[in-house]
Design a protein around this ligand. Sequence first.
Ligand code: PLP
Length: 372
Amino acid sequence: MTVESPCYLDHNATAPLRPQAAQAMASVFAQYGNPSSVHSFGRAARRIVEDARRHVAALVSARPEDVVFTSGGTEANNLALRGAGRARILVSAVEHPSVLEAADGIETITVDKYGVVDLDALTRMLAEDDAPALVSVMLANNETGVIQPVAPAAAWAREHGALVHCDAVQAAGRIPLDMAGLGVDLLTLSAHKLGGPKGVGALIVGDDVTLSPLLRGGGQERGRRAGTENVSGIAGFGAAAAAALSEIEQARDLAVLRDSLEEGLLRNIPGVRVVGAGIARIPNTSCIALPGVSAETQVMALDLAGFAVSAGSACSSGKVKASHVLQAMGLTEEIAGCAIRVSLGRGNIEADIDAFVAAYREFASRARTSAA
Ligand code: PLP
C-alpha cells in the first residue's frame, strides 16, 4: 500500500469525520424541526437527538438521561467545574487548559515524571481543608497519551466527600470506557476527537449531581444547558460514538503501529527520546523529543515533507512556550521545547510509519548538521 500524501498523524487535534457521522448529518440537514416543538416535525427532530443520546451513553456505559449535550469538550469541562458549585476545585497539573482555566482559584495537584497524578498529594490537599471540593483528573493526556489512575483517585476523593470529574476526551473511542467503573460523577466527551463533527460534545452527569447551568434561558437538556439543540451535530456525534464503540477492539491495534514508530525512531536517530514511555498510554499517541531542535522547526519541516504532526508546545504572544504538561513532568526546557506529538488513527498503515521514520531520520540528520 502506498502512503497518502500529505499523511495525517495528528488525530489528537481532531479525527477525520467518520462516514457514518457524515451520512447521519446529511440526512438530518433536510429535517428542520425543533426538538422542543410538539408537532410531527419537532417529534422527528427529538427522536434524532434521543437516538444519539443513547449511543453516546452506551460509549461510556452510562444512562441516556445523564447525557447533557454541549458545544464541545471545552464547554463540558467548564460546565462541570463551574456548574458543580464546589468551594474548592483541585485538578491535575497536566489537564487541558479548558479545565485548568475554567474557574478562578483552581488548585493544581502535582504529577510524577510520567505525568501521573500524585495520589498522596491529592489526599494531603483534601485532608488539609474540608471545604466541599471537586476533583478533576483526565483519563488520557492529549500530549503524551499517558493514562491516569482515575479510579483510585476518584475513590480517595469520594472518601473525602469530593465530587469527581474526568475529562475523557482523548480516551473515548481509543480504550473501553465505563463511567461507573471509574467511579466519577461527571465525565467529558468531545465528538470531533472520535470521528464526529466539531462543535459538539457532552457532559455525562451522575445521578446524584446537582448542576447549575452555565447557559440559562431555556429548559433544554433537562434544565442543564439552555439553547436549541445542535440537531445535526448531535446526530453526527451519536453515529460516531456508535461506530467508535463497535470498533473499540481495532483501536487497540494502533499500539502495534505506535510501537513500531517509536522503535524505528529510537533505533535510527541518536538522542531521540519518547516521553511517557514505560507507563500505560492510550494506543495511538507518541510524544517524541529531539533535543536541540525546536518543536516548531520540527513541525514545519515535517509538514514540508508531507506529515501532519503537532508541537508539544504552544505559541503565545509570539514566543514559543514549552508545554505545561511536559514542564509539570519535570522535563527541562531543552527537552520540553523540542517535543512533538504524533497521534495515529483509523486509516494509518505500516507504510505511513516507515515513511515517517525515514523522513524524520533525514530531517534530524540535516538539522543537526546545520546546527553543528
Ligand atoms: N480536553 C482535552 C483533553 C482535549 O484534548 C481537548 C481538545 O483538544 C478538549 C478537552 C477540548 O475539546 P473541544 O475541542 O471539543 O472543545
